[in-house]
Design a protein around this ligand. Structure first.
Ligand SMILES: Cc1cc2nc3c(=O)[nH]c(=O)nc-3n(C[C@H](O)[C@H](O)[C@H](O)COP(=O)(O)O)c2cc1C
Length: 189
């Protein structure tokens, strides 16, 4: 269900716009095939009433885990210490167009990272890693996207906005998707 009403208003007032070059960091929790939680930080690439996008390498652990189970939880701490957004939802591979557009918007550094952040590269001695990075920066072509570049859209079914304050108790405002729309409730922080 697309995010609407008060939940959407909160999102747009809490998070920086998709055009803001300073991207929020987001923890993405996934489930391993043997039922264990796994978590890592990514950048929130963009959001819309459809949900939240992040981008990664299709050979990564998170990609394998998402193929086996689409269940995810996200946490965005933005700005630090006073506001936390927690999301429960389902992740699906983003559209080819969205993935390409997100790649095109990346900085030159992040484009090169998408090419060179590989298992083989990680095995090299540090001096060799620095040297190969330099060679790619000078002679490589990172303008086209690597075949392993991918992205996910997380469609939420629960959004929890946590607010901390200095003059009262922290508070969570929660929106849960129901058959009749987004149901709002307040929870202790
Ligand atoms: C601040 C920060 C931002 C990161 N952003 C991304 C990102 O946008 N995409 C990504 O694939 N990895 C990103 N990483 C690296 C991931 O945390 C993680 O190490 C990597 O994606 C491999 O995760 P996996 O083995 O669980 O798939 C970021 C790490 C940090 C510390």
């Amino acid at each position: 269900m697309s995010i609407s009403g008060e939940a959407w208003e909160r999102l747009t007032s809490w998070l920086p716009t998709n055009q803001d070059p300073e991207r929020p960091q987001m923890q993405v929790a996934t489930v391993t095939p043997d039922g264990r939680p796994d978590v890592r930080t990514v950048l929130l690439t963009e959001f819309s009433p459809e949900g939240f996008w992040f981008h990664t390498d299709s050979r990564s652990r998170k990609a394998a885990q998402l193929q086996a189970s689409s269940a995810v939880a996200l946490v965005v701490l933005w700005p630090g210490f006073t506001r936390q957004l927690s999301v429960q939802g389902e992740a699906a591979v983003a559209s080819r167009e969205e993935i390409a557009a997100a790649y095109a918007r990346r900085s030159d550094f992040l484009k090169q990272l998408a090419w060179q952040n590989t298992h083989d590269f990680a095995q090299l001695p540090q001096a060799e890693r620095v040297a190969r990075w330099q060679v790619f920066a000078e002679h490589g072509d990172a303008s086209r996207q690597p075949p392993t570049w991918t992205g996910y859209l997380v469609r939420p079914h629960r959004l929890t906005f946590w607010e901390g304050g200095v003059d009262t108790a922290s508070l969570r405002t929660e929106f849960t998707a129901t058959a009749s729309g987004w149901e709002q409730s307040y929870l202790a922080g």
